[in-house]
Design a protein. Structure first.
Length: 208
């Protein structure tokens, strides 16, 4: 029995996908696809939100395979299972601030389903959307660290401090997904010692 099936009871080909769209932020559109074993793919498009600082170093578009922890993936697929593989009406239609459209989809031997929401009245679906937004922030920050390492090493200090704060309060999730850039920073003799120390702390928190 393969590890993905053993963890979730689902075929390795099963997929949970979240597609996010909000023209007011950058990245304005991204898609994250997840398999039962934690493997997946992330694709983002930058966008051009109003009021953005033209001098700020924005993150480039990202298009890469990813690896999340299997336990996180198992939780996502269990939420899909408990909510009829997302074949439900999940938008609350409440008067809440617009935070972007999230489309959750499932595809696998059990069938297909999807639901779209800004804010969901289903607590488990809302929680899954929030956690996947946290994963996106981690992946985007990983790309920003790679860019800073190449073009602005001094900028790494402030960025790493912000990442540690967001990882601590849960805004960033699955730090495990950016372990490669964190390992590079922790072993780079040309970055500040504070940067190396914080990279090592994040790696320890992620269990990497």
């Amino acid at each position: 029995m393969d590890s993905a099936h053993a963890q979730t009871g689902l075929a390795p080909s099963a997929e949970v996908t979240i597609e996010f769209t909000n023209p007011g932020v950058s990245p304005s559109h991204w898609i994250l696809t997840l398999h039962p074993d934690g493997s997946g793919h992330f694709h983002s498009e930058r966008g051009n939100p109003a009021g953005a600082n033209p001098k700020a170093m924005d993150v480039p578009e990202v298009d890469r395979d990813i690896q999340l922890q299997p336990g996180f993936a198992a939780s996502a697929f269990e939420t899909a299972r408990q909510n009829k593989w997302f074949k439900v009406q999940c938008e609350s239609h409440q008067r809440v601030a617009f935070e972007g459209w999230k489309k959750l989809s499932y595809s696998g031997p059990e069938g297909q389903g999807s639901c779209t929401f800004n804010y969901s009245h289903e607590k488990e679906i809302q929680a899954l959307g929030d956690s996947l937004l946290g994963v996106e922030e981690t992946l985007t920050e990983g790309a920003r660290l790679e860019m800073l390492l190449e073009h602005d090493r001094l900028g790494l200090d402030q960025e790493m401090q912000a990442i540690c704060e967001r990882a601590k309060d849960g805004r960033m999730q699955q730090i495990f997904a950016i372990r490669e850039i964190l390992e590079r920073l922790s072993n780079d003799g040309e970055v500040l010692d504070r940067v190396k120390k914080r990279a090592k702390e994040l790696l320890a928190q992620a269990g990497a």
